[in-house]
Design a protein around this ligand. Structure first.
Ligand SMILES: [Zn+2]
Length: 95
């Protein structure tokens, strides 16, 4: 294993960095923060927006509970096109 990968893995294991998979085989690291959050990936620009929504969090806990489980973890990733881009496209087809 390459030394850089070894170091990144070590940081991941010690919770200094968090690894995220962004699909298409792409992944990235970011500093592990105490605040739990998710990512919205802008499919137009590739920008990654961090967000936290307690409604989603509690809904997931309830879903797990309903299935007879206590939730200890989850993965969630949103992919979106900016509304502004959709408006531009709509206006182009109109003209
Ligand atoms: Zn979450």
């Amino acid at each position: 294993m390459h030394i850089v990968h070894k170091i990144l893995r070590l940081f991941e294991e010690t919770h200094i960095l968090t690894r995220h998979d962004f699909g298409d085989g792409k992944s990235g690291y970011e500093e592990a923060s105490s605040l739990h959050h998710h990512h919205l990936i802008d499919t137009h620009t590739g920008h990654i927006i961090e967000f936290h929504d307690e409604r989603i969090e509690s809904l997931q806990r309830e879903s797990a509970q309903g299935l007879g489980y206590y939730l200890v973890g989850h993965r969630l990733e949103l992919h979106g096109i900016p509304l502004e881009e959709l408006r531009k496209k709509r206006d182009t087809y109109k003209a």
